[in-house]
Write a protein that binds this ligand. Structure first.
Ligand SMILES: [Zn+2]
Ligand SMILES: [Zn+2]
Length: 505
């Protein structure tokens, strides 16, 4: 009867498709608690670090579980002589703690502003983690239903990934843009599931979670997979395979045997210490941590160079063609011209002689204002070259743009010939046949990683693998020089790999 009730309660909150807040069931546990109930609770709460209102158990039963030490509590905000620390996000920055009157304590006290988007954490509250019996994740044999094939370069990486999973090691997978990195994960995921391990693929961006979920579900059709991001529906975190934004990891503690951090260099993960802290805490003490990136930041590169981080390169795109090498083009008075919404002469000259005018154009600009301001000049230029028939074939897009998705899909279906964009389209998007222009590539927003990712938008399809990339600049920055050097370096590695008959282990 009790089990039935709990099952119903768990099911109910699952069906509601929202987090556990505002939940107040009136079930109660008589002591002692039976095995089945413990099993259900362990499945749901093991590996999490939650506020009381995120735990869907009535107060009396919860107190009972606390007394029996199935749950353990820690203060949410710890005050010490030297510093105050938020125990959820590890924030110690005094300016990121606010003070608020608390109705419960009838006094004002601290709350953490740093992790507020995960729900406000108050000084008087506790955080709870499951300290009862561990949940036995099932060993799932042959769960992979994907029928595609992997290239030699991909296979080489999958072997290293499997090895890291077996040995609970850290690994950096440095794969060029368009290498097919998701598919490279499949054998490792299959191995982990067959060993009864719990896996999380974390990524800084929610749209990547949304994109990966159906692909993973197709590849592992019989496995329950959950995608966790702000606003996701199936979100109680009871699945053995989880795809989550790095923000969601703030709710986890020693949960995963395998943690893959995809796009480890992307915003906001690479500069947000609390997300890196969360990722480290979310994995089990003995576990495998796999970083996936086309553009590792200096910190990872340094660890790689000093041999503290094992690395595998995937220097070839899945179609086997080299990466397009960006062409830097000096454009005098570029900044002044752009301020006056005049397009540089160099762009005109390049348009007049580019290899394939049938390719669409993706134009990157450093600011939202410039994206808006340049649309008329770009339209006139393209009309002049007979590349478009009307202004409706040109659009601009930026992060706050409400029609962002619609414009991207119009570009994808070739209703638009040219799209002017800020760095929001630097990664995660694939268009089959485009040339890429960066207007003012020397601007500070275009760092080395951004420029490599931007260049990586071209030539992604095997049907047109040779898109052009030009960097218009008024003086080469280190970022421009370094981005081009790294792209050439990867192509060299790729060539070497192709010349070898068998990929080395
Ligand atoms: Zn309070
Ligand atoms: Zn916090």
């Amino acid at each position: 009867m009790i089990v039935q009730l709990i099952k119903r309660v768990l099911q109910l909150s699952k069906n509601k498709g929202e987090s556990h807040r505002n939940f107040s069931p009136s079930i109660q546990y008589p002591p002692p608690i039976d095995e089945t109930t413990i099993h259900l609770l362990a499945n749901r709460y093991e590996g999490k670090l939650l506020l009381r209102n995120e735990i869907a158990i009535d107060e009396k039963s919860f107190q009972h579980l606390l007394t029996l030490r199935y749950f353990t509590s820690i203060p949410s905000i710890e005050k010490r002589m030297i510093a105050t620390t938020c125990m959820r996000c590890n924030n110690i920055e005094p300016s990121l703690f606010g003070t608020i009157p608390c109705a419960k304590c009838e006094r004002s006290h601290l709350y953490c502003r740093k992790c507020i988007e995960m729900g406000r954490i108050m000084e008087c509250e506790q955080l709870y983690y499951w300290s009862g019996k561990q949940f036995d994740w099932p060993k799932i044999n042959n769960p992979c239903t994907w029928k595609g094939y992997l290239t030699n370069a991909q296979k080489n990486a999958t072997r290293k990934i499997e090895n890291a999973i077996k040995k609970n090691e850290e690994l950096l997978v440095w794969a060029v843009t368009g290498a097919g990195k998701t598919e490279m994960l499949f054998p490792g995921i299959e191995l982990a599931l067959s060993m009864g391990k719990r896996i999380c693929i974390a990524t800084p961006r929610a749209d990547v979670v949304r994109e990966l979920l159906p692909r993973l579900q197709n590849a592992f059709s019989s496995v329950h997979i959950q995608g966790l991001y702000s606003g996701s529906r199936d979100n109680d975190g009871t699945a053995q395979l989880i795809i989550a934004t790095t923000h969601q990891l703030l709710r986890y503690r020693h949960a995963f045997d395998v943690l893959v951090v995809d796009e480890v260099d992307a915003f906001p993960y690479h500069y947000d210490q609390s997300l890196q802290f969360a990722a480290n805490r979310a994995k089990k003490l003995s576990s495998s941590l796999i970083y996936l990136t086309a553009t590792p930041r200096k910190k990872l590169q340094k660890r790689m160079k000093s041999k503290k981080l094992k690395t595998v390169f995937v220097p070839l795109r899945f179609h086997g063609y080299p990466l397009p090498i960006p062409k830097p083009i000096y454009s005098s008075k570029l900044n002044k011209n752009l301020r006056e919404t005049i397009l540089p002469e160099t762009l005109r000259r390049w348009l007049a002689q580019r290899n394939s005018p049938s390719r669409q154009l993706l134009l990157f600009v450093p600011t939202v204002d410039l994206a808006e301001q340049l649309i008329h000049s770009v339209t006139s230029l393209l009309l002049h070259f007979n590349l478009i028939k009307s202004g409706s074939e040109v659009e601009y897009v930026h992060a706050e743009d409400k029609k962002r998705e619609e414009k991207i899909s119009r570009f994808r279906s070739r209703q638009l010939y040219a799209l002017i964009t800020t760095t929001i389209l630097e990664r995660g998007v694939t268009f089959p046949s485009i040339d890429v222009v960066v207007l003012n590539a020397g601007h500070e927003v275009f760092d080395e990683a951004a420029l490599i990712q931007i260049a990586g938008r071209a030539g992604r399809s095997p049907l047109d693998p040779k898109g052009e990339v030009i960097f218009l600049h008024e003086g080469k920055t280190d970022a421009i020089v370094e981005a081009i050097r790294l792209i050439k370096d990867m192509n060299k590695r790729g060539k070497l790999l192709l010349s070898e008959k068998e990929v080395r282990n």
